[in-house]
Design a protein around this ligand. Structure first.
Ligand code: FAD
Length: 492
């Protein structure tokens, strides 16, 4: 499933891998976090290499709905319910600085950007009090929001908040501009090189599928960290969600960017003459039929825009921390050589930029007030309880999928086109699928931490319900914390 932006990607120049070369900073991951950090380091005269496992923007950034906004649905309520008021204020200031950075960057580098009002709205009468609470918090952190009886959408709403003059972008065009600037500053961009390990020596040694690099510092900007140190994959949950674009009559295009306060999430924006809708998220690998989520989002859109004609449908995943504030900084046992950023809660267009600003300040400068506050976050008991709840859920998925695999005998005939099945095998459960008339047999055991993968009927992929690793039907790693593929097995 290709995103609207990836369907016609901008040209991005990359470099041939240079084995055994040395850099001041090696950035792992070519999404918004990695590329903003790379440019900021290069502007300070540091030698920089970006190492990307697939292509620039092939991760979540290239599939984002890419609203750049200080008003973020009910994010202030989420942060506030899990942290102290100072954290909420610091989160709002981080978003604000990051927002300004993106707007200035887009303006200075001719990246197309559409300014729109952002709305948080209630789609049900029960949602109205949540709108009120978010309005109160948004005011408290200093945003000039207005409370409206309704959002300007073609269906009934039950109250809304508006923040004027926010923005929507094509995220790949932003990444292309960052890559171009990085090149003018002497930085290197290596695509199709997967980092498989980092040694926290002096200098640090980065092992990739193309050879080794050395660096003074290594930044893991990989969505969720790929190293076991710090166990960050147990501190964030991986959430998959959906987006679609539609042709609609010009006079039915909504004027603004919208997000409801309820579940399922309904996100609305435009992109030129197209309507974009999104939402319907769930834990990665934990949904019986992701395709049903896709169909349901299409049905919701065509119910409210009856003349809508689908042009693109895609999905992507992002990571949430229990306290809804990103983890940014040095990696435990990384000896001050390895840094990470994760847990953007689907607000990475600002949180990713705030993370990059923080990491560059951590390494080369001094932290701003909001950076210091977010670094010194104190964990509240209810955050710990949420974390324990998520890890209990992970344990439940291990037990459930092992029990299901061991009690299922795989049929002797291959699965029908587009289907995948997991069943008993020796020495471990086996996953079989048929995609494009090709039947593949792979180990069903995720190489990250040995959970059993489940079939994603929308993406035709194997997804891990424990920590969010994903693999194509033939077992090739797509994303998530693992650095390895599923073991390929012979067809009997
Ligand atoms: C459907 C959806 C809609 C969203 N909409 C919005 C929105 O409207 N506004 C907003 O602010 N945020 C939004 N978000 C969130 C935002 O898009 C993300 O938080 C952000 O793009 C994450 O950026 P990143 O750079 O951290 O990760 P990514 O963009 O995922 O980049 C990480 C990169 O690391 C690479 N990588 C991974 N492992 C390795 C390895 N071992 N070696 C080398 N490279 C590796 C990957 O291939 C990838 O390219 C949305 C998220 C989703 C899922």
């Amino acid at each position: 499933m290709t995103s609207l932006w990836q369907a016609e990607p901008p040209v991005i120049h990359t470099d041939a891998f240079e084995p055994d070369s040395s850099f001041d900073e090696v950035i792992v991951g070519g999404g918004i976090t990695g590329l903003v950090a790379a440019v900021l380091f290069a502007r300070q005269g540091r030698s920089v290499a970006v190492v990307e496992a697939r292509t620039i923007g092939s991760g979540t950034t290239g599939s984002s709905t890419a609203k750049v906004s200080r008003l973020q649905g009910t994010q202030f309520s989420r942060v506030s319910s899990h942290g102290y008021p100072a954290i909420l204020q610091a989160y709002a200031e981080a978003s604000s600085d990051a927002f300004d950075w993106v707007i200035d960057y887009a303006t200075d580098h001719a990246v197309p950007i559409e300014r729109r009002d952002a709305y948080t709205y209630a789609g049900t009468p029960e949602g109205t009090s949540r709108v009120d609470h978010e309005y109160h918090l948004a005011r408290k952190v200093g945003l000039d929001v207005q409370r409206l009886p309704e959002a300007p959408l073609p269906f009934r709403t039950h109250g809304a908040i508006r923040l004027a003059d926010q923005a929507q972008i094509d995220p790949l065009r932003l990444l292309a501009a960052l890559c171009a600037e990085l090149h003018t500053l002497g930085g290197k961009i290596f695509e199709y090189s997967r980092v498989t390990g980092v040694k926290a020596s002096s200098p640090a040694v980065v092992t990739t599928t193309d050879g080794k690099l050395s660096a003074e510092h290594v930044i893991l900007a990989t969505g969720t960290p790929i190293l076991y140190r710090g166990l960050y994959f147990t501190k964030v949950s991986a959430q998959r969600s959906y987006a679609q674009s539609f042709e609609v009559p010009a006079d039915s295009l909504p004027d603004g960017m919208f997000l409801n306060v309820e579940t399922p999430t309904r996100s609305v924006r435009t992109a030129g003459s197209l309507l974009l809708t999104g939402g319907n998220g769930h834990g990665v690998g934990r949904e019986a039929s992701p395709q049903a989520r896709v169909d349901e989002l299409t049905a919701w859109t065509t119910k409210h825009w009856p003349e809508a004609h689908l042009t693109h449908a895609w999905s992507a995943q992002d990571y949430s921390a229990a306290h809804h504030v990103p983890f940014v900084g040095w990696l435990p046992r990384g000896r001050g050589k390895i840094f990470l950023a994760t847990g953007y809660d689907k607000w990475g267009m600002t949180n990713g930029v705030a993370a990059a600003l923080t990491l560059v300040a951590d390494i080369l400068g001094s932290n701003t007030h909001w950076q210091k506050t977010l670094h010194h976050r104190i964990t509240l008991p209810r955050v710990i309880a949420t974390g324990i709840g998520e890890n209990a859920a992970v344990a439940w998925w291990y037990a459930r999928e092992y029990a299901s695999a061991l009690s299922t005998r795989l049929p002797s005939t291959p699965p029908a086109e587009g289907e995948g099945q997991v069943g008993r095998g020796w020495p471990a459960p086996v996953a079989v699928s048929t995609v494009g008339s090709v039947t593949c047999r792979v180990s069903a055991v995720c190489p990250h931490l040995a959970a059993i993968v489940t079939w994603n009927d929308a993406e035709k992929s194997w997804d891990c319900p424990a920590h969010g690793s994903r693999f194509s039907a033939d077992g090739t790693r797509l994303e998530g914390p693992t650095t390895r593929d599923l073991t390929r097995l012979a067809i009997p």
